[in-house]
Design a protein. Structure first.
Length: 116
């Protein structure tokens, strides 16, 4: 089965850290650029970070730049999102997305809740 599976979400206090993982199953992730998106209640889905196929190029939303780091381990078929200095407004469901040519995959999402 071709799928992306996110993990690593949870409840964390403001200022804390989490690392999200996006693992590909049934296909080779290094054929794809990968992005992390998030969607909170009543908001549109926004892209927070993306990484090129080789990992040599990354981009970040202004709201997370300097706090979040996207990386990939193609040997493990996995992309990561290290989230530091978390804020209340980072609370969302986080999704990963892989795109290559005309093919796109979405994961099912993982909940991140930042609360004191």
């Amino acid at each position: 089965q071709l799928q992306l599976v996110e993990s690593g979400g949870g409840l964390v206090q403001p200022g804390g850290s989490l690392r999200l993982s996006c693992a590909a199953s049934g296909f080779t992730l290094d054929d794809y650029a990968v992005g992390w998106f998030r969607q909170g209640p009543g908001t549109e889905r926004e892209r927070v970070a993306c990484i090129s196929r080789s990992g040599g190029s990354t981009k970040y939303a202004v709201s997370v730049k300097g706090r979040f780091t996207i990386s990939r381990d193609n040997a493990k078929n996995t992309v990561y999102l290290q989230m530091n200095s978390l804020k209340l407004e980072d609370t969302s469901v986080y999704y990963c997305n892989a795109i290559g040519g005309s093919t796109m995959y979405w994961g099912q999402g993982t909940q991140v809740t930042v609360s004191s």
